[in-house]
Write a protein that binds this ligand. Structure first.
Ligand code: BGC
Length: 501
């Protein structure tokens, strides 16, 4: 093992001047590299869920076997991550690469991760590691995956192995990425493995097992040598859904929105975090599963906020947006205020927070700059008000395979096309993030100070706004959003020069 690991300093409130505010991007290894045998690779190559109609699981011409291949191009890509002014990189350990068969470890994969960590250290990037990002080995899936509590020890064993190999090199660990998102996509709408549709009972069982697995993995890591220095957290998706308007016409949309918020949002996790109690409700039938951890609130050192937007349903149940909002290429609009709200709500947990993912699917790259600017400002507003946010990760470094939507959703800071036409080109809109990263100090204390000052002087924003204006963006409306001069407001994918509010 190479000894170039970044300094590990334990978080402590007495030493806030030593704590860094981390700036970076986030990736998951599978979405850039694929693998030989995992639940997702198998699913991606299947015809499920509409196999009888010949519908493929992944949209578009290209599948994960065509990818930018971070696994082999990690030196190049880690440098690109550093080039944007980052001080950190969030990435995932891929269990299926490490333990392709039960009990069989691929030491080449372990070595590759050490090489990646060496490379991050050489570029001054602090690693932030996620142990499970939707992907696990097929042998685990076939044994029932996270729907069975008897499978928890296999996951914990894998986590312990990772900590044994990499524990001295990594301070920030997350057990899981977005348990509710995985549950919703895999067990309710069936567009992710295991491809079940409306299996709400299994969905609850899976979520319950995963939360128990978090606690078990947390305790196991903490009990290991060096475990006391590790910061073990959990990353959640923070989305809410609403009907486009009130009234009878929107009744069904309201009902659907409430359930979508319950399934995909963080209501269940929030209750569990605050009380140690897990409650799973079914429509009509009510509470279906319930337990309380005798030890009370679950252990968790930090909370990862993945925030993109809120969903709005029209009365005829089509994803929409409010008047004067701008849609992204996904089914939701740009909604900066939701970032602040998510931070505020998560602060109830009383632990440090990291924005572990935020970003935009924007193939035309004409909304990325305003999204970054507006979302970043909401984070700074929260920081100025004293909320304990300690980092910001943009999703994602390079255009990658966006799960079931394939390569159609362009989240990357760098453009990459599977047909070979574009290879790692920094997008214009991404330059706003680069400016923020370069302008923002590294220490948490200084970031807090800068945020407070920027907040005190209306419109001051660390100097980035002026540059945006020079590029043709205009500040409009009572909420003072920056929008590019252009097309009509509120139309899907359209961008408007409009007065908001
Ligand atoms: C996931 C990513 C995904 C991103 C954009 C998050 O839900 O963690 O894997 O690509 O959102 O949709």
């Amino acid at each position: 093992m190479n000894g170039n690991a970044p300094q590990i300093s334990p978080d402590s409130n007495e030493q806030t001047d030593k704590i860094r505010f981390l700036k970076g991007s986030a990736i998951s290894i599978w979405q850039n590299s694929g693998d030989g045998g995992s639940n997702w690779t198998r699913f991606a190559n299947s015809l499920w869920p509409f196999r009888y109609f010949g519908v493929k699981a992944i949209r578009g011409k290209y599948n994960i076997d065509t990818c930018s291949d971070f696994w082999n191009n990690y030196e190049r890509d880690i440098k690109l991550a550093a080039d944007i002014g980052s001080t950190t990189l969030r990435f995932s350990f891929e269990w299926a690469r490490i333990e392709p068969e039960r009990g069989v470890i691929d030491m080449e994969a372990v070595r590759r991760y050490h090489q990646m960590l060496d490379c991050m250290a050489a570029h001054g990037l602090e690693p932030n590691a996620t142990l499970w990002h939707f992907v696990h080995p097929t042998w685990f899936e076939d044994a029932g995956g996270f729907t069975k509590e008897e499978n928890i020890p296999a996951f914990v064993e894998y986590c312990k192995r990772c900590f044994r190999w990499f524990g001295t090199r990594i301070r920030l660990w997350a057990t899981f990425n977005e348990p509710t998102c995985y549950m919703f996509l895999g067990f309710i709408v069936g567009i992710a493995p295991p491809g079940r549709i409306f299996d709400l009972v299994a969905a609850g069982r899976m979520l319950s097992t995963m939360l128990k697995a978090h606690v078990a993995a947390y305790k196991a890591i903490k009990a290991m040598p060096g475990g006391d220095k590790a910061q073990v957290g959990l990353v959640s998706h923070h989305i809410t859904f609403e009907a486009q308007a009130d009234g009878i016409l929107h009744g069904v949309a309201k009902l659907l929105s409430d359930w979508m918020t319950y399934w995909w949002g963080w209501d269940v996790l929030e209750h569990w975090m605050l009380t140690g109690e897990f409650v799973w409700k079914l429509p009509v039938l009510g509470v279906w599963q319930q337990w309380r951890d005798p030890e009370g609130k679950p252990p968790c050192d930090w909370w990862g906020i993945n925030y993109y937007s809120r969903g709005i349903f029209s009365w005829y149940l089509v994803p929409s947006c409010r008047q004067q909002e701008v849609m992204t290429d996904m089914y939701y609009p740009i909604y900066p205020e939701g970032m602040y709200r998510a931070i505020k709500r998560c602060s109830e947990f009383g632990i440090p927070m990291y924005i572990t993912e935020t970003g935009i699917a924007d193939a035309r790259d004409d909304r990325r700059a305003i999204m970054i600017d507006a979302y970043f400002k909401e984070v700074m507003r929260a920081v100025a008000e004293g909320y304990d946010v300690r980092g910001f990760y943009y999703w994602t470094l390079l255009d990658n395979l966006e799960w079931a939507t394939g390569y159609t959703m362009k989240f990357g800071l760098y453009a990459w096309e599977p047909d070979g036409s574009v290879d790692r080109k920094l997008k214009e809109g991404s330059k706003t993030l680069v400016r923020y990263f370069r302008t923002l100090p590294d220490s948490l204390e200084e970031v807090r100070e800068a945020a407070r000052k920027a907040q005190a002087v209306l419109g001051a924003d660390l100097g980035v706004e002026q540059e945006l204006k020079e590029e043709g963006f205009v500040r409009m409306g009572s909420e003072g959003k920056l929008l590019p001069d252009g097309k009509g407001p509120g139309e899907p994918g359209g961008v408007g020069m409009v007065a908001i509010g």
